[in-house]
Design a protein around this ligand. Structure first.
Ligand code: HAM
Length: 418
């Protein structure tokens, strides 16, 4: 038997109300903050991601779904959206049409990670990118937007962590300081950290290895070596968050797993989802547009994992979704009246009602059971003695109240149900 690929998940009809709920809130919040939706292709030229996200990152190094197509081009299923959004901005000259482009997306992403709770190989993100301004109020807006959206799902155990990675020049200086600190401890580092020492030294703060963590505990922090401008930028972000009443913690070890960040980085984590606790991550990336062939366009953004948010909602039982109901189930009392029942069904559906009927000549009892299973508000009984007297019976399933209505008086049936 062929099964879904490991790390991918079917989203079944029973799951859809929660997904719709989340997607609707995202769309509504994005509207309030004036972000416009963008949809880009699921696969791109591999170079977009290797250059955009960084060769030394885990994503590019070990997680991308990369393959050579029949024309010998290397293509990759997108592991994230920021690089794609930047490509689209450059390709369609969006930055020339307006100074500030505020864009959002809800899309599937692909990373070949080891699957576990909250970590999939095809997962979904919603996210936003604002391209065209270096104003710290936009950094804050991203954090507020992400926080406000996640709050709407009723999740309570949330921590907003923020940090600043400064600009490349101060970061390079700091890396030298960090390397100096680690020099005589190098032999005690894990193999992975030894490798990262050269390629991506900041990620040593993310190591899961206990010895590494012990060593990094007393390491000098980038936040203590920021240039003045970055410090001032960070101060302003914090001020705005304070006045917006977004509770936050400063986490000087928050380095994030993608190379494009400058200045502000942030994550929103939840204690309700186990080890994969980051519901959302983002930050400023002032150099990426230029690196990918565009002008210098300062930008900031975030992305949140929908599956992880759903896990948090489940643990906290925070989603109060309305019960699914059907407006009307048409019960055919006589088998010969199937066509008539279908005709009623169509008329009601065309009037905008949600209607179901029996397609397999089942007994009256089975049809009533089905009406109950589908949570029908009304049943329309077609047939029997009433029908011989030119009537149909409309039954309110909640009150069990029945009304006989002239069988041609569709308008009146629709009115009652509506
Ligand atoms: P990221 O931190 O790689 O950032 O991913 C953002 C969120 O996507 C994570 O916090 C997590 O909730 C979810 N996520 C990531 N990987 C998986 C996975 N394998 N399974 C389930 N959920 C996952 C980015 O992707 C950046 N593009 C964010 C950004 C936008 N920065 C600036 N603009």
């Amino acid at each position: 038997m062929i099964k879904a690929i490991k790390g991918t998940k079917d989203i079944l009809p029973k799951d859809i109300p929660a997904w719709n709920f989340i997607e609707n809130i995202v769309a509504e919040k994005m509207r309030q903050f004036n972000y416009k939706e963008i949809r880009t292709p699921v696969f791109e030229e591999t170079a977009l991601f290797s250059r955009g996200i960084g060769e030394a990152t885990d994503i590019v190094g070990k997680e991308m779904y990369t393959f050579t197509d029949r024309s010998n081009n290397s293509v990759t299923l997108r592991p994230e959206m920021t690089a794609s959004v930047v490509r689209a901005l450059i390709e369609h000259f969006l930055d020339k049409q307006q100074n500030l482009n505020k864009l959002y997306y809800i899309s599937p992403m692909f990373r070949q990670e080891r699957p576990q709770a909250g970590r999939l190989r095809q997962f979904h993100q919603f996210g936003a990118e604002a391209l065209g301004s270096n104003d710290p109020s936009l950094d804050a807006e991203m954090i507020i937007l992400a926080y406000d959206i996640i709050k709407e799902f009723g999740i309570k155990n949330l921590t907003v962590k923020i940090n600043s990675l400064g600009v490349p020049s101060s970061r390079e200086e700091y890396k030298t300081i960090l390397r100096d600190y680690l020099k005589d401890k190098f032999e005690n580092l894990s193999e992975e950290s030894k490798n990262r020492y050269e390629t991506n030294i900041l990620r040593l703060f993310d190591s899961k290895d206990e010895h590494d963590q012990e060593i990094m505990k007393n390491a000098p922090l980038l936040l203590e070596h920021l240039d003045d401008e970055s410090l001032e930028h960070f101060e302003k972000v914090k001020q705005i968050l304070l006045s917006a009443k977004v509770p936050f913690e400063i986490d000087p070890k928050l380095v994030r797993g993608l190379d494009y960040y400058t200045n502000t980085t942030f994550e929103i984590v939840s204690s309700s989802v186990g080890s994969q606790s980051a519901l959302c991550g983002g930050g400023r990336y002032n150099l990426l547009v230029n690196q990918l062939g565009g002008k210098e366009v300062p930008a900031v953004g975030f992305a949140a994992g929908i599956e992880r948010i759903l896990l948090a909602c489940e643990t906290e039982e925070s989603l109060n979704l309305p019960e699914e109901k059907l407006d009307c189930y048409i019960v055919r009392l006589d088998k010969e009246l199937s066509a008539k029942a279908y005709e009623y069904g169509l008329l009601l559906r065309r009037a905008g009602l949600e209607v179901e009927l029996d397609y397999s000549l089942r007994s009256i009892k089975a049809q009533m059971r089905e009406a109950n299973r589908l949570n029908a508000k009304y049943t329309l009984l077609v047939g029997g003695e009433e029908f011989e007297n030119n009537k149909v019976v409309l039954k309110n399933m909640e009150t069990s109240e029945q009304q006989n209505i002239d069988f041609e008086n569709i308008e009146s049936i629709i009115k009652i149900i509506k």
